[in-house]
Design a binder for this molecule. Structure first.
Ligand SMILES: [Zn+2]
Length: 464
């Protein structure tokens, strides 16, 4: 009997990993890193209940680290078969994994030097050396349409509108002449957003199992025009002589912010202030956003055709080295700093916050989901201080949450995506959500659609 095991993103938003076992074969969908609380991060050090050497295939929904960031461990532990992903996802995964390897090394060194870790002998989960063996296994599958992974597994991809290359995957399993279908929503993006195509619901006529993400299963994003809101913030902060720090990964939200800032500049609704994108990988990520035209929505294609440079503000500064990054500390006039990580779990944004959180003229914009246990969540919930590099930093800066910039569908958008299914799924599992969010979406699905729905539980196996 075919079965699926939730190896992550069950009861939490990170560590996405789903193991399908059917027709004597094993297929892993996503291989994400756990992030957030210490308990979750501890799971990154546990071995899988299945020997990686025995897994036959792997495919990725998109490049975010909570879907790819554990690949170096899996490969080091013996996985040596193909990793299927579409071309945009492959290129982004390469950038993200290399960065992740560096970051883990840097943080471990830093922790050893300054002794801020809870561990006596802090060590890195993996290092840069573990990345190349992963990259060698990546192999492209089509951006849309059907693809045979093997005689047993056939997959169709649909745009998920979440980040470049993000897809929902429809897996058809053939076992003893019988077909069963599992739909993986992946991370679902927003409708009517700039740059990327809208999410598209898979059109299969049979669904035995639907795994639907529930990041925002219990809430809607704030209403309001993002352009107007961002313009208001920039004007307000610049007027009082402050600066804006935007924690954001180099991929996705960085491009969205750049797009809106450029638009505001073009419309002369904000003054031109220097924008520092403090990330060695932001430029390559932006290049990929421009290169993969198959992902572009109509508006973005039109901007480009008209000779625009929609992802480039006028006073754009890209900092690659740590030294250049430190020099931003000397900028005392209003500026905007976009820097990773998006949930303030690590990366250079920590330095910028240590530098600027204590000044009430400054502002921090939280544009993305802030998982439980992260410093981003603490800021969102009104923390008065933040621990940075073993020091207690007072939070005096204005903290603004802008759900308008979220890359994740809000509750009604998740429902809209599911409404697009052609047939009712026989069983639904809500994944990739904290317990309250997943339960809330489960109730909505049960009440509105009358489908059999349950919240996925970590390490549970279910029949397909
Ligand atoms: Zn994602």
């Amino acid at each position: 009997m075919a079965k699926l095991t939730f190896l992550g993103a069950a009861g939490c938003v990170t560590g996405s990993k789903y193991l399908v076992e059917a027709a004597g074969k094993k297929l892993l969908v996503d291989c994400g890193l756990f992030q957030g609380t210490d308990d979750l991060k501890q799971r990154n050090w546990n071995s899988l209940p299945t020997d990686p050497k025995t897994i036959d295939y792997l495919m990725l929904t998109h490049a975010h680290l909570d879907h790819t960031g554990w690949l170096p461990v899996l490969v080091r532990d013996g996985y040596n078969k193909t990793i299927f992903a579409n071309p945009a996802t492959i290129e982004l995964t390469e950038i993200l994994l290399k960065d992740s390897g560096h970051l883990q090394e840097e943080e471990t060194e830093d922790a050893q030097k300054h002794k801020w870790s809870k561990h006596a002998q802090p060590r890195a989960l993996y290092t840069s050396e573990d990345i190349d063996p992963v990259l060698r296994l990546l192999k492209p599958m089509p951006r849309s349409g059907g693809f045979d992974i093997s005689a047993e597994f056939h997959v169709e991809s649909y745009d998920a509108g979440h980040i470049l290359g993000s897809s929902s995957l429809e897996l058809t399993i053939t076992e003893n002449g019988m077909k069963s279908v599992v739909v993986f929503s992946g991370d679902i993006g927003r409708y009517d957003q700039p740059i990327l195509n809208d999410p598209k619901t898979p059109s299969t006529k049979q669904i035995d199992l639907l795994l639907c993400e529930s990041t925002y299963g219990d809430r809607e994003h704030e209403a309001g025009d993002p352009l107007q809101l961002l313009g208001d913030i920039v004007n307000r902060v610049v007027r009082r002589g402050g600066s804006i720090v935007i924690p954001a990964f180099a991929i996705g939200r960085t491009q969205t912010f750049m797009y809106y800032l450029r638009e505001l500049e073009n419309l002369q609704r904000i003054p031109r202030v220097p924008v520092y994108v403090d990330s060695p990988m932001a430029l390559s990520a932006t290049d990929l956003y421009l290169k993969h035209k198959e992902d572009h929505d109509l508006e973005f294609s039109r901007d480009e055709k008209n000779g625009g440079d929609p992802l480039n503000v006028h006073e754009f500064h890209l900092t690659r080295t740590a030294e250049e990054s430190k020099q931003i500390n000397n900028v005392k006039t209003p500026c905007i700093i976009i820097s990773a990580s998006g949930m303030v779990t690590g990366g250079r944004v920590l330095h910028h916050l240590a530098q600027r959180l204590g000044d009430a003229r400054n502002c921090v914009i939280l544009g993305g989901f802030q998982a439980e246990g992260t410093r981003g969540r603490a800021l969102q919930e009104g923390a008065k201080t933040l621990n940075l590099f073993g020091q207690v930093v007072p939070v005096l800066a204005e903290i603004v949450e802008m759900g308008q910039f979220s890359a994740h569908a809000g509750k009604s958008e998740l429902m809209r995506w599911m409404t697009g299914l052609q047939v009712p799924p026989k069983q639904v599992y809500l994944t990739h959500g904290e317990p309250q969010a997943a339960q809330s979406l489960q109730q909505a699905v049960t009440q509105n659609f009358k489908w059999k729905a349950a919240v996925a539980r970590y390490l549970d196996s279910v029949e397909i």
